[in-house]
Ligand binder design. Sequence first.
Ligand code: AMP
Length: 347
Amino acid sequence: MRVGIVGGGQLARMLALAARPLGIDVTVLEPTPSPPAASVATVIAAPFDDPAGLAQLADTCDVITVELEAVPVASLQWLNQHRPVHPSPQFVAVTQDRLIEKEALRDAGIVTAPFGPDTPLPAVVKTRFGGYDGRGQQRATTIDELTAAINALPDPIVEGIVTFHRELSIIAAADAKGELRYWPVATNEHRHGILHMSTPRLDDPRQHEAEALARRIIETHHIVGVMCIELFDTDGGLVANEMAPRVHNSGHWTIDGSTTSQFEQHIRAICALPLGDSDLRQPCATINVIGAEPPLDELLAIDGVHVHRYEKPARPSRKLGHVTVTAPNDWLLNERVQRVVTVISPP
Ligand code: AMP
């Protein structure tokens, strides 16, 4: 069995690392030289729309998946004529465009921020395509600021500001037979628009509500594999911000904290293998390493630490790795997390 992945970044790397113990090989299609997946997967070095590269991926792999949504839909449609592609090209297309994505959420009966030209201020203006980690968005509290933001951003969409207590995400998996698994929801903290820390919690008061939303999306879009919905927890219930048709940064804790990681689950689902337990084995949290590599020896000196490096050249704001901390109880977890945060981003 060989899985083909469009994209060779850290998510492809972790998918390949999860496939290896199952005896499943991985090939990635990736134009960037020496991508994170290169040390654990076969690389086809070609752009995502290169006909020869796509043909080689289809010829050599049994099933195809993606590690990012910014992939030409036409490439996925072409691949899908030759091999099964999960997630479907149609669902990837939905998640590429914030406007279509919001409409899809609304059509599935899921609450989103108000959006469109009549959105009341204050608002956030985002670019419909390609923005991530808080890039490609501006806040506006006055009409002048709104006009400036709309003129500054390509393909703008205006969204109302949601007042929330916290941000959370649900990660779910489905197989082709309709079997579903949900991991415990994680609370997500961002710094400078980039995910800083994800902390899953057993018996989160929003667990059932979040599962119901994920189920609706999975069933509406016939999803096979892992997907994520990012949510705001508000007084009036959960409000969906965006969806990912793939494994997600807020689920990296599942490698060290769950019986089945999101990466292994995705491989299982797309390879028509039985799904595994999506439990939380002990308290844990994942902290992202962003911009600079922390000293490995200082991290490893902390109990309960699991270091995952992506082997990427350091650059400001770039995700270079993550650290998951596990602990027998919440008190120790908190203490260890504080030490890890101090090593990763010294005061
Ligand atoms: P996004 O690029 O949509 O993931 O947004 C990045 C971050 O901006 C989110 O994680 C939130 O912290 C914040 N944000 C995005 N949209 C809204 C909104 N409509 N209301 C309030 N905060 C938002």
